[in-house]
Design a protein. Structure first.
Length: 430
């Protein structure tokens, strides 16, 4: 009895296959041969869908009713929201086993309002609501698929219309931003001349020497701790004929290195799938994409943020018509680090003073004065033979810090990029 019901629901007329009979009997005809039949049949010419999913054996029977009957939702999972059953080319995958719909749609389907979600004009047609009408994937390419690209942290789940995750891959990381290394000026000290040596011979000296050194940690003011009287002899000759003064001493500490600019990568090193990684996600459906009313195009779900794309393993150019290209990698290993900033020893610093020797009391009667600086050879000044030397002084030292040459702040190690996949997305003509 159950078989009989299925036969009746399939539009099968119970009749013998007499020669010349005027009645068409599907049991004597190939599957789908019943004139005006709307529901899919199996190889035995029996109804291939549940009975409630076939409201009318003959499509004209549905078209004649106002409004046409609509089957339950589970019978029309392939129909976009708002699209009536009689205007849906593939209500479920079994209706379109080869990805192509054999249905003849109701005459009024082409006249639906083009300004609403039920429009069948353009890439977002009534038969592709919430999707994009896209050409089939080119040879050697897979898809079309629903593709999302953005930060991993914001990655949405695959849409219900394409729930299968085909792959996830990542973009090549941008150049590592290590910042710019610089060196702070060094901190230094400038010590005044420490040795003042009087010689009984003219420069460069070589005779009897007499010490006029000021005390330790001298501040440069007039110092008369040591003196030589006028005409004093040393070895039978005047003790005073020349004087040699040591230059000031410059001591500088190492420069302190520091970074100028962004010392960290703008994007963290989470390229293997961390929360802030540029991610590409491809989502697919186990069933073939339904056809659009536009000839040669299929409907690919493209909810907000998704695009209709195809992909191919390796690095390839995009075929014509697929203009948005992205090269992703299934495996990205980012081991890059920034070398530490360092500073070479400071150079170019200066320390100078004016040294003066006197012949009169309280540092009066200038005997000789000259500018000396750190790093120079100790100057020798000829003096009047036998002249008295009563004191010395030195101006406060003038210190100009040197500079250090920075180094470091260079990205080292390498990025490992493996298993490339090319994604090409379709842009409908505007």
């Amino acid at each position: 009895m159950g078989t009989m019901v299925r036969l009746v629901r399939a539009g099968i007329v119970i009749a013998a296959c007499f020669a010349g009979a005027a009645i068409v009997v599907p049991a004597c005809s190939p599957p789908g041969a019943l004139a005006g039949a709307d529901c899919p049949l199996d190889e035995d010419s029996l109804l291939a869908v549940p009975e409630e999913c076939c409201p009318c054996i003959l499509r004209e029977d549905c078209w004649a009713q106002d409004p046409p009957p609509q089957p339950p939702e589970h019978c029309r999972t392939g129909c976009p929201p708002g699209v009536p059953f009689e205007c849906c080319p593939c209500p479920t995958p079994i209706w379109c086993p080869d990805g192509k719909s054999p249905r003849t749609l109701a005459p009024w389907c082409s006249s639906l309002d083009a300004g609403t979600d039920a429009s069948i004009d353009g890439s977002m047609s009534s038969l592709c609501a919430g999707g994009t009408c896209t050409p089939p994937a080119a040879d050697d390419w897979k898809g079309p698929i629903s593709f999302w690209h953005g930060w991993d942290l914001e990655s949405p789940p695959c849409p219900e219309e394409a729930p299968i995750l085909a792959f996830e891959a990542w973009a090549e990381p941008p150049p590592l931003s290590c910042g710019t290394c610089e060196c702070k000026p060094p901190k230094g000290t400038c010590k005044l001349p420490e040795t003042w040596t009087v010689d009984s011979e003219a420069c460069p000296g070589g005779g009897v020497k007499t010490n006029l050194d000021p005390p330790t940690n001298w501040d440069g003011t007039c110092n008369e701790d040591k003196s030589i009287q006028s005409g004093k002899l040393c070895g039978g000759v005047p003790c005073v004929r020349s004087i040699m003064v040591s230059p000031p001493t410059l001591e500088e500490l190492p420069c302190e290195p520091h970074l100028v600019g962004d010392p960290e990568p703008k994007i963290p090193h989470a390229w293997g799938g961390g929360p802030q990684t540029p991610l590409g996600k491809a989502c697919a459906n186990a069933s073939p994409a339904p056809n659009c009313t536009e000839k040669g195009k299929v409907c690919v779900p493209t909810p907000p943020g998704f695009s209709s794309c195809m992909y191919r393993e390796g690095n390839h150019p995009c075929p014509e018509g697929w203009s948005e290209r992205q090269l992703l990698y299934r495996h990205v290993e980012d081991n890059r680090t920034c070398s530490a900033c360092t500073c070479e020893a400071p150079t170019g610093g200066t320390c100078s003073t004016i040294a003066t020797v006197f012949s009169g009391p309280a540092c009066t009667d200038l005997a000789h004065s000259g500018s000396i600086f750190a790093g120079m050879d100790a100057p020798c000044w000829d003096l009047m033979a036998g002249a008295p030397l009563t004191g010395v002084s030195s101006t406060p030292p003038e210190y100009v810090p040197g500079k250090c040459t920075p180094s470091g702040g260079i990205a080292d190690e390498e990025i490992v990029l493996a298993d490339p996949v090319t994604v090409c997305c379709y842009l409908p003509a505007s």
